[in-house]
Design a protein around this ligand. Structure first.
Ligand code: ADP
Ligand code: ADP
Length: 229
């Protein structure tokens, strides 16, 4: 579903490539950890998939479409097929839990009756039924991340990109969030997660793609975070 071919990204303000001749593929329904030290290129990779950046060289195919060559007017449609979750949750602080999730449907023009039906379903899926009228600042970090995951998933995206989703959470809450991401993965959604969290990577035993200085230095089918990291 994702095919990265010989991708190099050199930012304008930099001489060293953020990604250096990277190639790999991700099948539909896979769960992939992207690991590596700060500055190794993880976020650049996620931004390329979203067409927030374009590669200096190489090709990025999502469902056989070359994302880098996609006309600008088609980018919003691409982004609708990709759910995103971040370390800092990025909820709308002046909207309720329900409204935060509903917003993702409103912006793509879903009718009110669909929103009224679908939002409670997805809030139940993430374990937040009963909290729809809360404001984000009334929720724990783990609950806020559940709202963010509900919002990312409510359009049933092909893939979910998670950039350090457990970075602000304690270990127990992080494990709960991982159970939720696994559940979403089991629905057939491809999950790509950039992380520094050793214990999560080690406990999940999923595919691990490790970056260092913008190169893939390891790609293990059932990997651990790795010795020496
Ligand atoms: P990671 O997510 O693994 O921390 P990044 O993809 O953010 O890595 O960064 C890879 C390299 O690219 C780093 O050297 C970083 O400083 C650089 N970089 C990232 N974003 C930009 C940008 N917008 N402009 C210039 N350099 C950038
Ligand atoms: P994280 O590692 O937490 O994902 P990053 O360091 O990758 O965060 O990037 C945070 C923001 O700063 C991004 O929007 C990125 O484009 C920007 N950025 C990162 N490194 C540089 C850099 N060297 N020069 C300019 N902008 C950068």
């Amino acid at each position: 579903m994702i095919r990265i071919e010989d991708v190099t990204k050199v930012y304008k303000t930099s001489t060293r490539p953020a990604l250096n001749n990277v190639s790999f593929e991700v099948d539909k329904g896979e769960f992939v950890f992207v690991i590596g030290p700060s500055g190794s290129g993880k976020s650049t990779f996620l931004r390329l998939l979203l067409r927030e950046e374009t590669p200096t060289k190489g090709k990025i195919y999502i469902s056989n479409v070359d994302v880098a060559k996609m006309p600008r007017r088609k980018v919003p449609r691409l982004r609708q097929t990709i759910g995103c979750v971040f370390q800092d949750f990025r909820l709308l602080s002046n909207k309720t839990v329900f409204e935060n999730v509903a917003f993702a449907l409103e912006v793509i023009g879903k009718p009110a009756h669909t929103i009224r039906k679908v939002v409670p379903e997805v809030l139940e899926l993430v374990g937040l039924d009963g909290k729809s009228d809360r404001m984000p600042n009334e929720l724990s970090g783990g609950e806020q991340q559940r709202v963010a995951i509900a919002r990312a998933f409510v359009n049933r995206p092909l893939m979910l990109l998670a950039d350090e989703p457990t970075g602000n959470l304690d270990p127990d809450t992080s494990q709960d969030i991982m159970l939720l991401l696994e559940r979403i993965n089991r629905t057939g959604t491809t999950v790509l997660m950039a992380t520094h969290d050793h214990s999560i990577v080690d406990s999940m035993r999923r595919r691990v793609v490790e970056l260092e200085f913008g190169k893939v230095i390891r790609d293990d089918a059932r990997g651990v975070y790795g010795v020496g990291n």
